[in-house]
Design a protein around this ligand. Structure first.
Ligand SMILES: [Ca+2]
Ligand SMILES: [Ca+2]
Length: 300
């Protein structure tokens, strides 16, 4: 009887330990972030045009109000943070007005080309993460941004008078600084790699054979802020994006080794193997898949 009670106590203590170890996984903070109202960005573009007149390029810039929002997860729960993951983020630039002078000749002067880009925006296509330096600086490498907008091109003696959609995805570095103070997270000192855009030749008017932009964004005055608080990941959310979906299944599948296999298979690290063992018996098998299905069905 005494032994049985001790066994129960040991069992409860073990359960508590498992709970605490499991709970540690969830000890991150999350923040909805949005731009401060006076955030401004300078968008500069170099345009290259090839027409019957030849090829030429020019650049111009415009400073516009920038707005945006996103969701950031930081580890550990309180500053100083050592790791940051951005689940999603966008920056919208409103209407950008650019005026280019092309094919400048003595006496005749330049051909004027006006470009208005409406609803220019950059939206991340998938979560990205990096370690946070002691001063808060972050460099996210190889971030995929989807650029959207509608460009209206006018000028060049009527050779160009067309509108077309900017709709392309660029991969580049995205850097900044993530700091926390008194419950607020600040993401500032932002910089991105330039966005290149090449118009589809079939979209171009007669007489224009090529049209390309390189858009540089000065984001020094774009500041995101938000309140951070401890975040609870749903069960089965192996990639910690607050959803249980296909990526989680792929991670689970990579760790699936069958009953009584206690060594992570190739392509699954020890931490993920432990996370995929939902039944907490040391393996990742059909029993764990049953749990995963339940989690997936109960997800949004
Ligand atoms: Ca997930
Ligand atoms: Ca298991």
């Amino acid at each position: 009887m005494r032994t049985t009670r001790m066994q129960i106590q040991w069992f409860l203590a073990a359960c508590l330990l498992v709970f605490l170890l499991t709970a540690r996984v969830w000890a991150d903070s999350g923040a909805d972030i949005a731009t401060l109202p006076d955030s401004a960005a300078t968008v500069s573009a170099t345009i290259s045009v090839t027409t019957a007149l030849g090829s030429d390029s020019d650049n111009d810039s415009d400073t516009v109000t920038a707005g945006g929002a996103g969701y950031v997860i930081v580890e550990p729960t309180n500053p100083d943070w050592t790791h940051a993951r951005i689940l999603d983020i966008y920056i919208a630039f409103g209407t950008v007005q650019l005026d280019f002078d092309l094919f400048c000749l003595p006496i005749i002067g330049c051909q004027d080309l006006d470009v208005t880009i409406e609803n220019l925006a950059l939206t991340s296509t998938e979560p990205f993460e990096t370690d946070v330096a002691s001063d808060g600086s972050v460099v996210f490498v190889g971030v995929s941004f989807h650029a959207t907008g509608q460009a209206q091109v006018m000028g060049l003696n009527g050779i160009v008078d067309e509108s077309f959609l900017i709709d392309n995805t660029n991969t580049g570095d995205f850097s900044g600084r993530i700091t926390g103070d008194a419950g607020a997270l600040t993401f500032d000192e932002l910089a991105t790699d330039p966005v290149d855009y090449n118009a589809d030749p079939t979209d171009l008017p007669d007489g224009v054979t090529a049209l390309s932009f390189t858009i540089n964004m000065n984001l020094t005055n774009v500041i995101f802020t938000g309140t951070y608080a401890e975040v609870m990941y749903p069960a089965g959310d192996l990639d910690k994006d607050l959803n249980v979906g296909l990526t989680d299944f792929e991670l689970f599948h990579a760790c699936f080794a069958g009953p009584d296999s206690f060594i992570p298979p190739v392509g699954c690290d020890a931490e993920m193997f432990a996370a995929a063992d939902f039944s907490l018996d040391g393996d990742v098998d059909v029993e764990d898949f049953g749990f995963f299905q339940t989690y997936m069905l109960s997800a949004d």
